[in-house]
Design a protein around this ligand. Structure first.
Ligand SMILES: C[S@@+](CC[C@H](N)C(=O)[O-])C[C@H]1O[C@@H](n2cnc3c(N)ncnc32)[C@H](O)[C@@H]1O
Length: 202
């Protein structure tokens, strides 16, 4: 049941991209899950329903208030934090993000700052995704994984460059979910960082 604020305030509604990311929300009972940029919080709620301990961040205070009310009323193990991406937070087993990804020139920004925050991915649509990938390693527990939504609205060359950069640092990227919405193709990337190998010579 959405909180009343979710129906009236400028909070990103549940869309096809939310639903696609939500398929990967279950981090496992007792595991730590982080959703960066939670919006209405459908992905965080799915993670909490699966028994994970969930932290949800956003910069939009309406989004956080609405999700906090849902968590309190349903008794979920879910904390909300107003922070830039994952700033100031620790490490998690699973990190989920559906960042703003629409290529947006300054002139095309939505006049509502919260609507713009949810959609504006910078000139190539990758500005926030790029920042998330850069900070992911410091927030993943050993064996943990990031699940990040990408879109064909972001230029293919830019996405492939990000992928190569991650792999160049020894990590792996797998496309684990796809969905077409009209002429747009949505993807969920599973990102794992390089893990130190066990020394089997001893
Ligand atoms: C595309 S919406 C996705 C919302 C929700 N995760 C979903 O899948 O429906 C992006 C969300 O990220 C939030 N956001 C954008 N930039 C952010 C930042 N730097 N730090 C935290 N949240 C941010 C927006 O306010 C918005 O709620």
């Amino acid at each position: 049941m959405p909180h009343p604020e979710a129906l009236t305030a400028p909070i990103y509604p549940v869309r096809e991209d939310t639903e696609l990311l939500g398929r990967f929300a279950n981090a496992g009972r007792g595991r730590w899950a982080l959703e960066i940029g939670c919006g209405q919080g459908a992905v965080s709620v799915a993670a909490a329903r699966g028994g994970s301990r969930v932290v949800a961040t956003d910069l939009n205070p309406h989004a956080l208030r609405s999700l906090r009310a849902v968590a309190l009323s349903e008794g979920f193990d879910l904390s909300v934090v107003r922070t830039d991406l994952a700033s100031g937070l620790g490490r998690f087993d699973r990190i989920l993000a559906n960042p703003p990804y629409l290529p947006t020139s300054p002139a095309a920004r939505d006049p509502d700052p919260w609507v713009n925050l949810a959609l504006d991915g910078g000139p190539d649509g990758l500005a926030v995704t790029r920042r998330i990938l850069a900070s992911l390693p410091e927030h993943l527990l050993p064996g943990g994984a990031g699940f990040v939504l990408c879109s064909s609205r972001q230029p293919d060359g830019g996405r492939q460059a990000l992928r190569r950069e991650w792999e160049g640092r020894g990590g792996t990227v797998k496309v684990v979910g796809t969905r077409s919405v009209g002429d747009e193709r949505l993807e969920v990337w599973e990102l794992r960082k390089s893990e130190p190998r066990a020394d089997l010579s001893r």
